[in-house]
Design a protein around this ligand. Sequence first.
Ligand SMILES: Cc1ncc(C[n+]2csc(CCOP(=O)(O)OP(=O)(O)O)c2C)c(N)n1
Length: 581
Amino acid sequence: MIVSPDGKNVAQIIVEFLVARGVIRVYGLVGGHIQPLWDELAGQGIEIVDGRHESAAVYMAHAESVLTRRLGVAMVTAGPGLTNAMTGIANAHVSRASVLVIAGRTPRPQTGKGAMQDLPQAALMQPLCRLVESVSDRRQVLPSLDAVTRAALGEDSPPGPAYIDFPTDLLRERAPEGRVDPEYLHPFGLQVMSPGRADVAAAAALIRAARRPLVLSGRNAREYSDLLVEFLNVSGAVYLDTPESRGAVPSHPSFVPAMRGRAMREADLVMTLGRRLDFQLAYGSSAVFASDATFIRIGRTADEISDNRRGAIEIKADVGPTLAHLLSTDVRPRGDRAWREELVAANQVRGETLATRLREAPAGPDGRMHPYTLIAAINEVIDDDTITVVDGGDILSFARVALKITRTYLDPGQLGCIGVGVPFANAAALNLSGRRVIALVGDGSFGFMAIELDTAVRKKARAVYVVANNEGWNIDRHDQRRNYRHVVGVNLPGCRYDELARGLGAYAERVEDAVALPGALRRAVDNAPALLDVLVSAEPTSPDFDSGLAEVCTYQALRTWNDAEERLLTRATAGSPRPSS
Ligand SMILES: Cc1ncc(C[n+]2csc(CCOP(=O)(O)OP(=O)(O)O)c2C)c(N)n1
């Protein structure tokens, strides 16, 4: 008997801690080094969602944390179990998802002697995790667990993955009662950070003075979407979201996604809400935003309020309370109503043009349906309650423009971590089981985690996976055709993802004709977990490809931004004054 018959062992204490912290599911993949914990999870009623790859486990924990605001927990075995998990951990790091990664480790007496699965695990985790704890003494178990939990949730730094490992012999070690400080078993919640009175007053004064205010939302925006809408109503600011806040304000006259470039170029006041100025926001550069624009930066962490372009006012606080405080003052700007109205009108025209393009998108020269035709059909089975997940290259770009915006949306995030689609959808279906989950995934991206359909079938995760099958890594294929000499290593011909799905026990259909789509989608929804393998044309280029995202320009992510940055740099080296917009 490995489990101590008399009194608690360390594994038991760890799981008691997880229960006390409200963990109801752990995502993982089994292995001898974590077996005492695995056994204990089952004993204490935590559901084990056993994936087929450790990165899938971390992706699922990541999605749970984003969707439920709980701590996501992944458990992996030592050595290759952990290295397999690494891409998921890197993705949680960049996306700031609160994921606790628990790993097993070589028993202490064997460590460093060439033991099975022995690797410098803590060192591997260091650059990606908010905190890394390698526990070797049972007295350190609870303090270390407490510390990694707080770090993952973002107590002192941005939320993100935190890592803890235990040698297997320690997990089995007896832990006499009386040594456990019950304080560690109390639930822990992050303290709300409220803004200072003077900062709020100064920000309100800038907002009142603004003529063309723009709000850019980021992390957790769905949590404060009511306040955000109220703020937009009162301030008259125009509004742009980012992929991590998509759906926070689904339809509002101030929301002008089709006028992104102009809004960024012409705004004289830019408010970032819990948002870094990363590549998706042109690093806040004066080449893309007006050089004399004033920035107000609001966020919980130092980088959210100061990265790349400093704010005239930087408020280190939660966005919700800060908006509430701003709303309790006067934030009606002088406002250039004509500017706002022009943007709103132009956005509407572009929206209508897009709707027509969607309806009338021609089949490609290869005779296959346009990706927009597929998206238009999916839009018919999406309502505001639907959780949408998108993963891929071209198809992600088409979907960003054309997929109906719902209040819950997930995609590969700023790391560009394709492959997340199926695990994200699985976690969504498990955690929010009453809601429809539709994942639209490129065929290349689907392949990474295709086997996770098995997880969906076993765990009854009722998601619908729509594979946009253009038989290749299409955004890169376009890049090669346009910019390189060879088209190589980008074709994925002849795969039958429907057959693969059926082989794993899921309902599946292949769809080649657009006319068959509505019926196939309805059947997929009724029979989820279900997959549709939809042949789409490889010929149309996506907005992201057209804007140069696939090319990886030198200074900026998009070609137009990059060109503007180069012009700015040339002027700067020539010594001429910086342009104002
Ligand atoms: C893990 C990972 N590998 C490779 C890439 C580079 N990459 C980005 S998009 C893409 C093509 C995606 O192909 P697919 O999912 O079929 O979508 P499509 O472009 O065909 O719509 C590739 C290879 C990446 N971002 N992440």
